[in-house]
Design a protein around this ligand. Structure first.
Ligand code: 6R9
Length: 566
């Protein structure tokens, strides 16, 4: 049996140009992610290999070869060109995990436009904030999500085209157009727009503590890192059947749900359905999935369902397992060793890093609970929070920091230069997380360094929730904080003071929760609302979420005098 290379093998004389060479990229020449992921794979002789095996919650199935993906992305690309969409314009993907999402993503990149994927579970307000900020020109969506777009389109003057992939043309209104990918005449040849290394490619919105979500701007050169990390960390081999169960509304679903596997010419499977243990195991068994990239919340849900369900299925095809998004608790690693015969490998990264940066490699001894070591070419350390100098003491806590300059690093935040600059200190990029490094160089995650709530691997910004809460007629002031949760690690909890004339009640709590769920998303919805008379504030009146968070987690408050100052 093939034994994977050691960490030393991976790191010795490392240079990112390994990936440039393997992808056939010569610095200075055009580079286009979509072309690399489809046309190039066909040219390698893999045109008839399956790129995508797709299934939905009702059991409908579709299969697409690399040649299908090439031709269908050409077909959508040509349609977008005919609508007058120009290179650099933002085109939003607001779709369930249907084939049009994956293939449309490539199409947008083929015309040199910027792909802006958003979760289809988003409500109208979450959608509005992100489309308005990006000045998005077009949106691809489905009939079932159209009502949300219709609700906000009058507030989006720049949104010229609402493209519905499954609608009956007679039911459409102004600015709406129907386009059925598989019924349209197939476009065999399309000349991909000659984007270069620094041309913008993907715009992913991610939440921070202050302000509305930030648009992380990526470029075509990112593929260099996504290709190599997918190959080495996810251990992709030519015959693999790869399953990444992340939605492309989240960076994991694009970097490793589209670009990583397809740039490697791998067959991937997609299940467009929510969590269901039985269904997931059936899916693995049916497609003989070999490599699975998942998340701690999903693993905890599987653990909760018990080993018996897993034992009913033949899961012996699984060769390599990896996880991302939140701390992977040691119990989950041990459980997977017991149930699947192999451990989940924790990987750490962010929307801003574009690729896995700290990780457990296939051939590396795992220390359960640790995130592993830096990917070759990534210089990672932990910094003292006051001096921003590396801590350099085994086991000591610090801020996770990376030396800027790896290929898939975010190039900026859309419309938010100051927010971007604030992420750099002393020549380091700060991730916004805390960790320690042990004597063997393994990183151990400790927590976030801000007020962002990580619920089931999804980052929710308190500001976004609080803004939505203030939109409820009864709410005077609010603070959104994390509350511990056995499955999602954290959920949103809101502390609320009411306006005069309103009384706390269960009905009011439900009404507020529902309003947030509809306007933002089910994930951003507070699972609990605590009505209070006042909120803790600094002397100048800023709400101090940390005090409320400490209360939820039963943690000591520490020195309050510094918190209460500004
Ligand atoms: C890919 C992705 C990034 C934040 C990150 C950290 C948390 C991600 C983790 C992890 C502990 C891991 N995070 N991986 N925490 N262990 N292995 O998740 O991107 O949505 O931008 O989130 O998620 O807090 O800073 P993104």
């Amino acid at each position: 049996m093939r034994s994977p290379p050691s960490y030393q093998d991976f790191t010795a004389n490392f240079d990112w140009n390994v990936a440039e060479r393997e992808l056939g990229y010569r610095p200075g020449s055009p580079i286009n992610v979509a072309w690399m992921c489809s046309d190039r794979i066909c040219q390698l002789g893999l045109a008839n290999k399956f790129a995508l095996l797709w299934e939905d919650y009702q059991g409908n199935e579709k299969r697409f070869t690399y040649d299908d993906v090439r031709i269908l992305s050409n077909t959508i690309a040509q349609f977008l060109c005919m609508q007058g969409i120009q290179p650099g314009e933002r085109v939003c993907l607001f779709l369930d995990r249907v084939p049009e999402l994956y293939i449309g993503f490539l199409a947008i990149l083929k015309i040199g436009a910027v792909a802006q994927p958003l979760f289809s579970a988003f409500g109208d307000e979450s959608l509005l904030v992100r489309l308005a900020d990006a000045g998005t020109s077009a949106i691809l969506t489905q009939k079932k999500h159209l009502y949300k777009v219709r609700k906000i389109r009058n507030r989006l003057p720049k949104l010229r085209h609402i493209i519905v992939v499954d609608a009956d043309p007679t039911s459409l209104q102004e600015r709406e157009i129907s386009f059925a990918m598989e019924q349209a005449p197939r476009v065999e040849e399309f000349s991909t727009y000659p984007t270069t290394a620094e041309s913008p490619s993907v715009l992913h919105y991610t939440s921070g503590t202050t302000g509305q979500p930030k648009g992380a701007q990526h470029v075509h050169y990112s593929i260099i890192a996504q290709y190599l990390t997918a190959k080495w960390v996810l251990d992709l081999q030519p015959d693999d059947i790869y399953w990444c169960n992340a939605d492309p509304g989240w960076v994991t679903g694009t970097s490793y749900g589209i670009i990583g596997p397809w740039s490697n010419g791998i067959t991937q499977v997609v299940l467009d359905s929510g969590f269901n243990a039985e269904r997931w195991y059936e899916f693995i068994e049916k497609y003989r999935v070999t490599v699975w990239y998942s998340a701690p919340t999903a693993i905890r849900l599987l653990m909760k369902e018990g080993v018996e369900i897993a034992r009913k299925h033949d899961l012996s095809s699984l060769r390599h397992l990896a996880s991302v998004g939140e701390p992977l608790n040691p119990e989950a690693v041990l459980w997977s060793e017991d149930v699947f015969g192999k451990p989940f490998h924790d990987t750490f990264w962010q929307t801003e890093t574009g690729c896995i940066v700290i990780t457990n490699f296939p051939g590396m001894p795992i220390k359960p609970g640790s995130m592993g070591k830096p990917f070759p070419g990534i210089t990672a350390t932990v910094l003292d929070p006051k001096s921003y100098a590396p801590v350099n003491r085994a086991g000591a806590a610090g801020l996770i920091a990376l030396r800027p300059g790896w290929p898939s690093q975010v190039r900026g935040y859309w419309n938010n230069e100051a927010g971007f600059r604030a992420k750099f200190k002393n020549g380091w990029y700060l991730c916004g997380d805390r960790a320690s490094i042990d004597a063997d160089g393994y990183f151990w995650f400790m927590g976030r360094d801000d007020d962002v709530i990580n619920t089931g691997g999804h980052l929710v910004g308190p500001f976004e929730v609080e803004s939505a809460l203030l939109g409820c007629p009864a709410v005077a002031e609010s603070a959104a904080v994390a509350k511990p949760d056995p499955i999602n690690m954290e959920v949103v909890k809101a502390y609320v003071t009411l306006k005069g004339g309103f009384q706390p009640s269960d009905d009011l709590e439900l009404e507020i929760m529902n309003s947030i769920r509809k306007r933002l998303s089910p994930l951003a919805m507070p699972q609990e609302i605590e009505f209070v008379d006042s909120l803790p504030k600094t002397r100048s009146g800023k709400i101090v979420r940390r005090i409320l968070r400490c209360r939820e987690f039963n943690e000591p408050l520490g020195d309050l005098s510094t918190i209460m100052e500004d």
